[in-house]
Design a protein around this ligand. Structure first.
Ligand code: HEC
Length: 101
C-alpha cells in the first residue's frame, strides 16, 4: 500500500473511532436521565423495573408500545416520546449490555 492510501485509510479509521466514542458518551448521558427512576445503569433499587440486562428487542417493543399507548403507562409514555428512534436504539443496546441485577 502506498503512503497516501495508508494515510487516507488511517484518517477514515480515526474518524470512525471518534464517532463511535461520541455515541458512547451520548448514550451514557441519555441513560443518566433514566437513572432517577430505573437506577444507575438500569439497576433499580425501588419498585421501578430494572432495565439492566433487558433483551434489546423486548426493550424496543416496550418503548414503541409506550409511545403509541399500546402499553398503558404512568410516566413512560411521556419519557419514551422524548427520544428519537436512533436514541432509543442506543439505549436498548446500552441497557441490554448491563449485567442483570
Ligand atoms: C419518572 C420515572 C421514570 C423515568 C425518568 C424513566 N422511567 Fe422507564 N419506567 C418507569 C415506570 C414507573 C415504569 C413502569 C411502567 C409505567 O408505569 O410507566 C417504567 C418502565 C420502563 C420500561 C419497561 C420495563 C419492563 O420491564 O417492561 C422501559 C423499557 C423503560 N421504562 C425505559 C426507560 C428509559 C430508557 C428511560 C430513560 C430514557 C426511562 N425509562 C425513564 C419510570 C420511569
Amino acid at each position: 500500500m502506498d503512503r497516501k492510501r495508508f494515510l487516507l485509510g488511517l484518517a477514515f479509521f480515526l474518524m470512525a473511532q471518534s464517532v463511535f466514542a461520541e455515541e458512547i458518551r451520548n448514550v451514557e448521558l441519555l441513560a443518566a436521565s433514566c437513572a432517577s427512576c430505573h437506577g444507575t445503569r438500569g439497576h433499580s433499587v425501588a419498585g421501578t423495573p430494572s432495565l439492566a440486562g433487558l433483551d434489546k428487542l423486548y426493550f424496543l417493543e416496550q418503548m414503541e408500545q409506550f409511545i403509541t399507548n399500546g402499553r398503558i403507562s404512568t410516566v413512560m409514555h411521556h419519557h419514551a416520546s422524548g427520544y428519537t428512534e436512533k436514541e432509543i436504539e442506543l439505549l436498548a443496546s446500552f441497557f441490554s449490555k448491563q449485567k442483570k441485577p
